[in-house]
Design a protein around this ligand. Structure first.
Ligand SMILES: NC(=O)c1ccc[n+]([C@@H]2O[C@H](COP(=O)([O-])OP(=O)(O)OC[C@H]3O[C@@H](n4cnc5c(N)ncnc54)[C@H](O)[C@@H]3O)[C@@H](O)[C@H]2O)c1
Length: 344
C-alpha cells in the first residue's frame, strides 16, 4: 500500500519533511500547498509534484489524500488540523499542536470522532528511544533537560522541545516547583522547574531564551547507568556504567524517523507515540510548569505580523523582514500577517 500524502507549508521545516518523504518507497507525495508562490513552485519542481495549491482547503477539496502534513507556523496548526480531520485524512502536525490544553483536547477529540490518527511532530523523542529502552525495567532516579536559544521567544516553553522529552522519559508529574522570568511583556526569558514524577523520578528542566547560547542537552542517572546526550535533536551521546563508557550513541535523523513512524502507524492502524491524547498530556505538563512558574499566556503581538519565529543564526527577531539582516537567510514566516497564517 502506498500512502498518499499532501503537505501544507513548504518553508524551512516543510522542505526537510519533503526531502524525507521523497525517499520513502511506500509514500506518494501527491500535493503541496503554501501561501508563498515562489516557494511552492520551487518545491513542486524539485520533487516533481503536479498538484499545487495556495490553501489547504483547496487541496483537501481537490485531491484524494490519506494524510496531510501540517508544517505551517504555530497559529495555523489548530484550525488546519480540525479542517483536515473533518475531511477524513490522518494528520501529522508540527509542534506545538496549539497554545492551550483546551485546543489540544479539541484536536484529540476530533481525531477520535473522525477515526483518524493525529500525531504531533515532537521529533526529539525519536532520538531518545535507546534511552527509553535502557530504563524500561527500572526508571532513572534523576533526569536533567535543558533547552537554550539565543533569543527571547513568545511562549518559549510551549514551543520548545524540553517538556515533550521529559514527559517521554518520566511520564506524569506528581509535584512541580518552578520559577520563571519574562524577557519582556510578550517574550519569555527563563524557566527553571523541579518536578517529582509519579514513578519517583526527579526531573529538572531549564528553558533559557535570550542570552546568546544554543543547547539542548539531556542527562539521566539511575539503574546503574549515567546517560549523557549532547543534543536531543540528533540523540548523540554516551552511556556509562561503573565509570566506563558502555555505549556510544551516534546521531540519528529524528525528523525522518518520526515521519517513518507516522506512515507505519497509518499502515498498521496503531496509535502514534505522540498521538492527540498524548499531546494533551504533554500540553498539560507544559501549562502546569508555566502556572507553577507564574507565567501565563502573554498577549499576542498587536502589530498584526507573524513575528513569532526567530533566526537560527542567532539574530534578534525582526518583524516584517523577508530575510535576516545578519545572515541573509530568507524566512517568509516573519512577514506573514497573522490573519493570513490563520486562513485555511
Ligand atoms: N521540530 C523542529 O525542530 C522544528 C524546527 C523549526 C520549526 N518547527 C515548527 O515548524 C513550523 C513551521 O516553521 P518553519 O520554520 O518551517 O516556518 P517557515 O515560515 O519557514 O515556513 C512556514 C511556511 O508555511 C507557509 N504558510 C503560512 N501560513 C500558511 C497558510 N495558512 N496556508 C498555507 N501556507 C502557509 C509559509 O508561506 C511558509 O512557507 C512551526 O510551527 C515551528 O514551530 C519545528
Amino acid at each position: 500500500m502506498k500512502v498518499r500524502v499532501g503537505v501544507v507549508g513548504v518553508g524551512h521545516r516543510g522542505m526537510s519533511f519533503v526531502h524525507a518523504l521523497a525517499k520513502m518507497e511506500d509514500v506518494t507525495l501527491v500535493a503541496l500547498a503554501d501561501l508563498h508562490p515562489q516557494r511552492l513552485q520551487l518545491a513542486a519542481q524539485e520533487f516533481d509534484v503536479d498538484r499545487q495549491f495556495t490553501h489547504l482547503s483547496e487541496m483537501l477539496d481537490s485531491v484524494k489524500l490519506d494524510a496531510v502534513l501540517i508544517l505551517t507556523p504555530d497559529l495555523a496548526h489548530h484550525p488546519q488540523t480540525l479542517k483536515s480531520l473533518a475531511a477524513g485524512v490522518h494528520v501529522l502536525v508540527e509542534k506545538p499542536p496549539a497554545y492551550t490544553v483546551a485546543e489540544t483536547q479539541e484536536m484529540a477529540a476530533a481525531a477520535e470522532k473522525a477515526g483518524k490518527h493525529l500525531m504531533v511532530a515532537w521529533n526529539r523523542i525519536f532520538a531518545l528511544r535507546r534511552v527509553k529502552e535502557l530504563f524500561a525495567q527500572e526508571p532513572p532516579k534523576l533526569v536533567l533537560v535543558n533547552f537554550v536559544r539565543p533569543n527571547p521567544a513568545y511562549l518559549a516553553l510551549i514551543r520548545n522541545h524540553a517538556v515533550d522529552v521529559l514527559h517521554f522519559i518520566c511520564g506524569e508529574p506528581a509535584d512541580i516547583v518552578a520559577q520563571g522570568e519574562m524577557f519582556n511583556e510578550q517574550q519569555e526569558g527563563h524557566v527553571l522547574a523541579s518536578i517529582r514524577f509519579r514513578n519517583g523520578i526527579l526531573g529538572q528542566l531549564t528553558s533559557s531564551f535570550g542570552t546568546g547560547g544554543h543547547s539542548e542537552q539531556f542527562t539521566a542517572y539511575g539503574n546503574g547507568y549515567t546517560v549523557f546526550i549532547e543534543s536531543t535533536s540528533r540523540g548523540q551521546g554516551r552511556i556509562m556504567r561503573g565509570g566506563q563508557e558502555m555505549e556510544v550513541l551516534g546521531p540519528v535523523d529524528s525528523t525522518a524517523l518520526q515521519i517513518r513512524h507516522f506512515i507505519d502507524c497509518i499502515k498498521d492502524d496503531k496509535a502514534p507515540l505522540t498521538s492527540g491524547r498524548e499531546a494533551v498530556r504533554i500540553m498539560r505538563l507544559m501549562w502546569s510548569i508555566m502556572d507553577a512558574a507564574g507565567i501565563g499566556m502573554p498577549p499576542l503581538p498587536d502589530d498584526g505580523r507573524g513575528w513569532l519565529l526567530w533566526c537560527t543564526c542567532g539574530a534578534r527577531v525582526i518583524p516584517n523582514l523577508e530575510m535576516c539582516p545578519q545572515c541573509g537567510q530568507e524566512w517568509a514566516g516573519w512577514s506573514i500577517p497573522i490573519e493570513s497564517v490563520r486562513k485555511i
